[in-house]
Design a protein around this ligand. Sequence first.
Ligand code: KG4
Ligand code: ZN
Length: 337
Amino acid sequence: MKILGIESSCDETAAAVVEDGRKVLSNVIATSLEEHKLYGGVVPEIASRRHAESISGVVKEALAQASCTVRDIDAVAVTYAPGLIGSLLVGVNFAKGLALSSDLPLVPVHHLRGHIASNYITSDIEPPFLCLVVSGGHSHIVSVKSYTDFEVIGRTRDDAAGEALDKAGRTMGLAYPGGVSIDKLSPEGDENAFKFPVPKVSTSPYDYSFSGLKTVVINIVHNAAQKGEDINTADLAASFQNAVVGCLLTNLEKAAVDFGFNKIVIAGGVSANSKLRSRAQEMCDSHGWSLNIPELKYCGDNAAMIASQGYFEYLGGVRADESLNAYATMPLDDVQY
Ligand code: KG4
Ligand code: ZN
């Protein structure tokens, strides 16, 4: 079965053709990132306009690279939630039009379920497993019971890990996205140079909080500026990254032990982080657990992951019609169409 996936939840306009959920035939991504860099973050208006301009060309290119026409496609899968509403609507409306005009089934896909599925295209892993999903908007520990049955065990109570990295990077004067800049700069710094507290979260031992760590960075930078002192940005970046990765893995490890998982998966934009990847490997090796993290090119937003998850949702009987809407927020383990 060939699924055409369409993704437009943030600043990437993406389309891909994936066969039977795991074999990527094409994966095309256009991004408006360079324009957003000017403003230090994604400007929703600009992202929506660029999606509207790029989407037909990106879908055509994805079909061409897969040596397909729309007649070779068995279903259209589209990200409908969560994300920037104006951005999501471009993909959803395009997918609805294409599905209707080509008489193809339309499959709505939750963006974070797509991130988890990026592991199906880079390895042969099958559920059940425990997954840390870390992106710009979400930080979740998820029990993946089957391809379409999920339970969120832990979540951030405030900022997502990626959001905290991006905001801290901006405070340090680094280029957007801060997560990428911090990852690049950190090897030049001493990760023990600055001490960060361990955030206390009262809701659950698996929940996260990153806004306090981000505030520590803001205070360090502002205090130094007021005193006219220089700080070593590489030291601060490395120390902050180490603190964020430490929090992510502490709760993940606890959840894996408490719920008895020995298959660990990481997904989402922050899964590209080199420190997270290496420390997660050490953690899993020390317990004898398996670890899957997508290849770097599938960590960030892409449509191959949407086509992959779309395949499994399709097999599970999920269908939408032309009344499908987009939603800025939507729980991963209790989706509505
Ligand atoms: O999944 P994603 O591409 O988009 C969302 O769904 O949010 O994630 C974007 C996030 C941004 O916060 C970005 O800074 C972060 O992923 N990110 C990284 C790295 N690459 C992307 N964070 C840390 N290290 C990286 N190498
Ligand atoms: Zn994402």
